[in-house]
Ligand binder design. Structure first.
Ligand SMILES: [Zn+2]
Length: 859
């Protein structure tokens, strides 16, 4: 059932893959970056193997000038007679006029390039120190296909080679690369040469170079590898947290995989400008500052969790991704899904009290929200040109992929699963593998038909909804599956999955658990005794939604206390999804929500509030007061119970819950008392930061912004500029998009194109503005007007993410559709179609429920 796209006949493999006649074995690269002129000069000698005699060598290069290319073998030395650069295919063709015989050769190329400002390839970044002085940094970001901007190379993941890097830099600068420094010498002209040790065999996208005024923490030894946090001067106090989780997770993974860390050292490096969250360069992982540097004392739990997540994720890649790599970009999902899965596992082992797998429910639900679209794609998806790889870094690759792996792990058993992973890594280390290689290893370790089970999840788009009703005769349950989609199908869908269903049942004989593999449309689960209630998807690990016959739903909602938090979460989330799909009346959901007023779990509340936020997005302005009243009613009991100050002995989940309940009450609920109290507390916080519990601070900021005027706006903007740590900077920056006064929001719009906001953040600020119901129409017009500027200015990978903001433009659907019909987004993959379909879903919901909404909310 491999969902292959029809081959485009005019495109041949040659158009998007390098010829295989010549492959690299070892690169020796010497680069001299100049941080004043933003240029660099380079020379490389590559040990190559010529497999078939050829008179030309084709490799990847873009934005590089090639001055000279020579091949040598023993006494033979040939200089390229022609160097053709092909910017469209990002290649260089070196012609030698004579045929190179098969065997080993050395290729030497001299070249020049630029330190660009697009946060990819070899790029520049800058920051101001506390005295206001500007400092410059040069850094690399190569995944997926930008190593070719730094040096000519065979820039495909399967063409692994070792790298030996040397850098010539100013005497007063520091440089970091994948490996430890072998030697360093002064050149006497104000510059020095640093030579790094040779790397293991790895893909070109994993090479890394960072140059600037960096400082490093003292190394912690983790199983023989020194681990450091590297940062620009002055940020040492923000490194402890990352050092702890960095050391913990590295040790955790070497135990889990039962393989030693493959590098000779590990630096975790915070870069002032960074396009994504982090990048798993072997031994030199780069991060945006918010994902690595954090003040443990003032950060909220979710800010701390973000650092723990990202550090663990990248460390997991050192084996899964770096030591063993996908053959081609269609296998990217396995790298990313697996690292996401491992990130949860490590963080859960580090802080079990965080209940990381329960909060993963939120990510699973977000993936389902995309995967319920007709414009979704299978997890593993055909990637022909490498340039299409950029479209693969999405929620389906990461979150759906991780959720499906978690489902498999739970089905096989944690230890069987671990053994299979370890086997897979040992078999393919220093080389490349495909998805089926993992299934083979898991089948070998578990003795189960893993491939058959997983094919239906990996190669099919979408996921099923499992419906359950009492079996006729009252002897158990009837389970059935069909594809879940928000919008009606054009034709009947006959897709089937092999669904490992876990069912928890209470009968007069007590509570029991049943496991059934649902691989047909319907199956009967026999349960002895009279069923009091039944819950499908016990433990919440399954990547499917559940739907209950009315009598089963009634029974289940009267037994909420007997369900685990993740099961209550799934019940709320599944019911809400059915409402959005038009399968369940809104009134039923609102009635059910009332049963959760005494709910104590953070993530269940997140699911409830997500539904009310959605209503806030689609509702007519006139109905908003009714929505606000309903939110106040829903939250009243929880807010009264939690109060504004920490209670003796409470855990962190409770203080986080307080923050989201009070935050929602003061914004979505527009509660006046809540607003006044928040103002009072925020004023105290200004005088004494320790007077407010740290999880509550972001909630106070959001309430003040929501209700604030010019004075608050000015203050928050100042705080953004004077922030003491990356998290504070983020909080205040994004608060500027959640005010409710148009003239203030216009000022924020202007900031998205000014130098006040880094291009790594500006697209996300724009996203927030598109979601703000006060300014969304105007933000959309602003975006249209400035589209070309944005495309030119923002990192390429952030454009599809910025555009996600359009899902809130419920009054502008036609206009939005028209715009994207003529403005294609590079690297968007299917994501723009998905955003447009989500908008369609919201508009359909609005027109279906619109007239009744106000009445329903008052009911
Ligand atoms: Zn990753």
């Amino acid at each position: 059932m491999h969902d292959q796209e029809a081959a485009v006949t005019s495109v041949t493999a040659e158009d998007y893959r390098l010829p295989t006649s010549v492959t690299p074995e070892r690169y020796e690269i010497r680069l001299s970056p100049d941080l004043r002129s933003f240029t660099f000069a380079g020379e490389e000698t590559v040990a190559i193997t010529v497999h078939q005699p050829t008179a030309e060598i084709v490799l990847n290069a873009i934005e590089l000038e090639i001055d000279r290319a020579v091949v040598e073998r023993g006494e033979r030395r040939l200089t390229a007679t022609a160097v053709e650069l092909d910017p469209t295919n990002e290649r260089a063709r070196l012609r030698f006029g004579e045929t190179l015989a098969a065997g080993s050769w050395r290729l030497t190329i001299a070249f020049r390039g630029i330190l660009n400002d697009k946060l990819h390839g070899f790029y520049r970044s800058q920051y101001k120190d506390s005295a206001g002085q500007i400092h410059r940094v040069a850094a690399t970001q190569f995944e997926a296909t930008d190593a070719r901007r730094a040096f000519p190379c065979w820039d495909e993941p399967a063409l692994k080679a070792s790298f030996k890097v040397s850098l010539v830099i100013d005497d007063d600068l520091t440089a970091i690369s994948n490996t430890a420094i072998e030697r360093e010498r002064r050149l006497g002209d104000g510059r020095k040469e640093i030579v790094f040790k040779e790397t293991i065999r790895m893909s070109s996208y994993l090479a890394a170079i960072v140059v600037g005024e960096f400082e490093a923490t003292e190394a912690v030894d983790v199983g023989g590898a020194p681990l450091r946090i590297v940062h620009v001067p002055g940020k040492r106090p923000l490194t402890n947290w990352a050092r702890e989780i960095g050391a913990f997770s590295l040790k955790f993974f070497s135990d889990y995989y039962a393989i030693k860390y493959p590098g000779d050292k590990l630096d975790l490096i915070a870069i002032p400008d960074f396009a994504s969250g982090a990048m798993e360069n072997l031994g030199a992982i780069t991060f945006r500052e918010t994902a690595l540097l954090v003040d443990e004392k003032s950060a909220s739990r979710s800010e701390l969790e973000r650092v723990a997540d990202v550090v663990s994720h990248e460390n997991a890649h050192m084996w899964f991704g770096d030591l063993v790599t996908m053959k081609w970009w269609n296998g990217l999902w396995l790298n990313e899904a697996f690292a996401t899965f491992m990130e949860m596992l490590a963080v859960d082992a580090w802080k079990p009290q965080w209940q990381r797998w329960v909060s993963f429910g939120v990510s699973r639900a977000a993936a389902m929200a995309v995967d319920a679209l007709h414009s979704t794609r299978p997890i593993e998806y055909t990637v022909r040109a490498a340039s299409e790889a950029g479209g693969m870094f999405d929620i389906l690759t990461y979150e759906k992929g991780a959720a499906v792996l978690r489902m498999l792990e739970q089905y096989l058993g944690a230890e069987e699963f671990r053994k299979g992973i370890s086997l897979y890594l040992r078999k393919h280390q220093y080389a490349n593998a495909e998805t089926t290689d993992l299934w083979d290893a898991l089948e070998e370790s578990s003795g189960q038909p893993v491939r058959k089970l997983m094919d239906s999840w990996i190669f099919q788009p979408g996921f099923p909804i499992v419906s359950v009703r009492p079996a006729s005769g009252g002897r158990g349950l009837m389970l059935s599956q069909r594809r879940f989609a928000y919008l009606p199908e054009n034709q009947p869908n006959t897709q089937l999955w092999r669904v490992p269903v876990m069912v928890k049942v209470r009968t007069d004989g007590g509570v029991s658990t049943h496991k059934i593999l649902l691989n047909e449309t319907e199956a009967t689960l026999e349960v002895p005794g009279r069923i009091e209630w039944a819950l499908v998807n016990q433990g919440g690990h399954g990547f499917y939604r559940s739907r209950y016959a009315p009598e089963l739903l009634d029974a289940l909602t009267s037994a909420l206390a007997e369900l685990a938090p993740i099961e209550r979460f799934a019940l709320v989330n599944d019911t809400w999804a059915a409402v959005v799909a038009g399968l369940t009346p809104l009134g039923e959901f609102l009635k059910m929500a009332r049963l959760f007023r005494d709910e104590t779990d953070l993530n269940v509340w997140r699911a409830l509030l997500a539904a009310f936020n959605y209503l806030d997005m689609v509702i007519e302005d006139a109905a908003r007061p009714a929505l606000q009243a309903r939110v106040r009613e829903l939250l009243a009991a929880a807010a009264a119970r939690l109060e504004w100050t920490p209670q003796r002995g409470e855990d962190e989940l409770q203080s986080q819950l307080r923050a989201i309940i009070l935050g929602a009450l003061g914004t979505l609920g527009a509660d006046g008392d809540c607003r006044d109290r928040a103002r009072e507390l925020y004023a105290n916080y200004g005088r004494d930061a320790s007077s407010v519990e740290r999880n509550l601070v972001p909630a106070l900021i959001s309430i003040l912004a929501y209700n604030g005027g010019e004075a608050e706006y000015r203050e928050f903007k100042e705080n953004f500029k004077a922030a003491r740590n990356p998290q504070e900077e983020q909080r205040y920056l994004f608060s500027l998009a959640s005010f409710r006064r148009l003239e203030l929001l216009r000022a924020t719009m202007d900031m998205t194109l000014s130098d006040e906001v880094r291009t790594q953040n500006a697209p996300y600020l724009m996203h927030s503005l598109l979601n703000n119901t006060i300014c969304r129409e105007e933000a959309w017009r602003f975006l249209k007007r400035n589209w070309d500027k944005m495309i030119e200015r923002y990192p390429e990978n952030s454009i599809p993410r910025m555009c996600e903001g359009i899902i809130a433009l419920v009054t502008l659907e036609d206009e939005v559709r028209e715009f994207f019909a003529t403005h294609k987004v590079k690297q968007g993959g299917k994501t723009i179609d998905q955003h447009l379909e989500r908008l369609r879903v919201a508009v359909a919901f609005r027109s279906r429920e619109g007239a009744n909404l106000e009445r329903e909310l008052k009911g």
